[in-house]
Design a protein around this ligand. Sequence first.
Ligand code: 13P
Ligand code: SF4
Length: 322
Amino acid sequence: MKAEKGYIDEEIPAGLDLKAEIARLKKEKNAVVLAHYYTVADIQEVADFIGDSLALAQVAEGLDAPVVVMCGVHFMGETVKILCPEKKVLVPDLNAGCSLADSCPAPELEKFIAEHPGHTVVSYVNTSAAVKALTDVVVTSGNALKIVNALPADEKIIFGPDRNLGNYINSLTGRDMVLWDGACHVHEKFSLDKILELKKIYPEAKVLVHPECPAPIRIVADKVGSTAVLLKWAEESEWREFIVATESGILHEMRRRCPDKVFIPAPPADSTCACNDCAYMKLNSLAKLYLTLKYEEPEVTVAPEIIDRARRPILRMLEMSK
Ligand code: 13P
Ligand code: SF4
């Protein structure tokens, strides 16, 4: 066991071309590297596929390769393992958690469900495998509206764990879903005042907002959507300047796809730093990815009985998003 700290801590020889080594190891091991848009630019550049949570789950479902490295956070690795239990699923650092997933421990959700009999449980993909095992249908920020709309109008729903996404879906659908009181510490940190100050400097800029942000931030949005939706909107719209209220990793792909457009990160409230970073996503580094491919560690494991129960609501989501 080399990854005792949750990642492999080994000195890398000076001058080693990590990108070339990663390409060599991927080929040698027939491994596929998936990366979320929030990872650092270097990781996005060597990944075989980058995407939002929905796209990453869709890609995982159809993969052929025996080894998959998920550069993102732990629940994303679990989702790949649940969809492909026969594959070796690796993550560069097992410490890459998620404050939103942590806000909803499975035993507490189980009690909450018992207190609300007769409710369908809709869970955001940012949850542990154990929470997914208690869920009727999983959603991502990219398909939550479509899936909730597809459920009968009188169906009673528990939605968790993100209260901001839940409130947003309630406001769009007119439903009264019972919400779990969880949130993402990154998306909760944006400051309306700082966005309004930026609007004074860039009066033409359109504001792009992830639905994990609270209502006062969503109110000033020109577009609310998942990372993939925001990216597509920026790419296809005629506008040239955008203030981006989601994790700063997305700026890399926005600037790559739209080199002539200007993307301004919305800053967090409590810092002088211009960007809002997810420290968990940023635990993924080129060096850790290289070592993970080299030693095939650390591996994501999910108990077989949890895989059996968690798979059904994820497959239901994939089917309902078609
Ligand atoms: P996406 O659904 O846009 O991928 O965002 C989810 C998220 O917060 C990933 O951490
Ligand atoms: Fe979790 Fe928020 Fe980080 Fe996404 S940005 S992984 S929701 S903590």
